[in-house]
Design a protein. Structure first.
Length: 437
């Protein structure tokens, strides 16, 4: 988890609960990012926010700190039971990343969080919800599934966050989001936060339909596009794209590379050619088992896997440090996805390269992309000198079925782990606690 770039506003000047200040000190956060500097003062006054914020701007820390501060400073009504907060994310990877951030920032609060998402750990997630949690973080489908089984209730939700709202629309989850919002207390009786890479008309409609007069916090597209990304585009025939990819990778001093494709089939094909030509690479897409996806992301994040071939499932919400190169093997069909993809590099003030291939199948996206980022991408025809001609056949990869385990998911050892820390952990108080103080 990183906090970048920074402003002059200190996080300890905002009046956050003491347990959160301990968590911030533990992870080494001292100053606000721009979105935190604007959104947190509003949220800490218990007002709603609809924010345009790109992944990598510190938005997760903003809504987690606001959520936890509210829960730690607002007494529990007698006889009521959590969960008190619901955080919705469009993908399993993003939900898991938010959960991990919450565990770090909220380490000293005593608040119990759980991650609820499909593909793994069904019984574990059900068990944790039945035992009682304060904050639920997850994807809409699994959250609705367990809600319909009456494993937990939404009756006492006090804080709700919709992260990557535009992606919820793109992935067809918006009906599920509305389903959940309509089963909570009315918008004026809760704090509502919405974060989106763009505040399109449909996103604004969602905000005003389900929020209480939200204040808009916007980062313009020019600011969203990483300033330190060196963008290059090659016009190339589809038949030469594999040769161009191999040529580019052989010429570049790439340490950690994300290669984006538009289809799962092409992801397997590209990965096969990379493996067959001496590059270590793996594929991450929507049909990879969740456990394996997490293992691949961990290897990539740790620098043990140099190349990850990805569909857009990996374009958002992932905190991957030190990505040196982004290769758009296929130009994205959506202009916003171009920004999300290249936003994986040049983080925390570093520089990075975004190299795009414009073939006859996807070049039609280029005008929309350049209009959206308000700049022309430096372009040239891919020359014979850069297109590799010595290409070995692709290597086929074996896809083994992951072993089934009855104990998948996290081990519920939260209490024991916290007990090893200094006894500074706080707890959320009830009205009865306040009455006796």
């Amino acid at each position: 988890m990183k906090n970048d770039p920074l402003t002059d506003i200190r996080l300890d000047s905002l009046g956050l609960h003491e347990s959160l200040l301990l968590g911030l000190e533990e992870v080494g956060f001292s100053h606000c990012t721009p979105v935190q500097a604007v959104a947190l003062p509003i949220l800490l006054q218990h007002r709603d926010v609809a924010a345009q914020a790109q992944t990598g701007t510190g938005k997760s820390a903003a809504f987690l700190l606001a959520t936890m501060h509210y829960l730690m400073t607002t007494p529990i009504a007698e006889g009521k039971k959590g969960p008190w907060a619901l955080i919705l994310a469009p993908t399993r990877e993003l939900a898991l990343q938010i959960y991990r951030d919450a565990e770090q920032l909220g380490y000293f609060t005593g608040l119990r969080c759980t991650a609820v998402y499909g593909g793994i750990g069904y019984e574990q997630q059900r068990s944790e919800l039945e035992q009682g949690v304060d904050i639920v973080i997850g994807t809409p489908g699994r959250i609705i599934d367990l809600y319909k089984q009456r494993v937990y209730s939404l009756d006492n939700i006090e804080v709700v966050v919709v992260d990557e709202a535009d992606r919820m629309f793109d992935m067809g989850f918006i009906a599920d989001v509305r389903y959940l919002l309509r089963r909570m207390p009315p918008a004026p009786h809760r704090i509502n936060m919405l974060f989106s890479a763009t505040l399109s008309e449909r996103v604004k409609e969602l905000a005003y339909e389900h929020m209480n007069a939200p204040q808009t916090v916007a980062i313009e597209p020019e600011q969203v596009t990483a300033e330190n990304v060196r963008q290059t585009l090659y016009h190339v025939a589809s038949s030469d794209k594999i040769g161009l990819l191999l040529g580019v990778l052989r010429q570049q001093d790439a340490t950690r590379t994300l290669v984006f494709v538009n289809t799962k089939r092409d992801a397997e094909r590209v990965s096969g050619y990379l493996l067959g030509n001496g590059f270590e690479a793996e594929v991450i897409s929507g049909d990879i088992p969740q456990k394996k996806r997490e293992q691949l992301l961990h290897r990539f994040q740790e620098g043990k896997l140099p190349i990850l071939v990805a569909t857009d499932v990996a374009a958002r919400g992932l905190h991957i440090p030190d990505v040196s190169h982004i290769v758009n093997y296929d130009l994205p069909q959506n202009a916003e996805d171009y920004v999300h993809r290249i936003g994986r590099t040049a983080r925390a003030g570093a520089s990075g390269d975004a190299i795009s291939f414009a073939c006859e199948a996807y070049v039609y996206s280029l005008p929309e992309i350049e209009a959206y980022i308000a700049q022309k991408i430096p372009a040239e025809m891919a020359s014979a000198q850069i297109i590799a001609t010595e290409i070995s056949p692709p290597r086929r990869t074996q896809r083994r079925k992951p072993p089934q385990s009855a104990s998948q998911g996290r081990t519920p050892s939260r209490g024991g782990r916290r007990s090893t820390k200094p006894s500074t952990a706080a707890k959320r108080t009830t009205n009865e606690d306040h009455a006796g103080s």
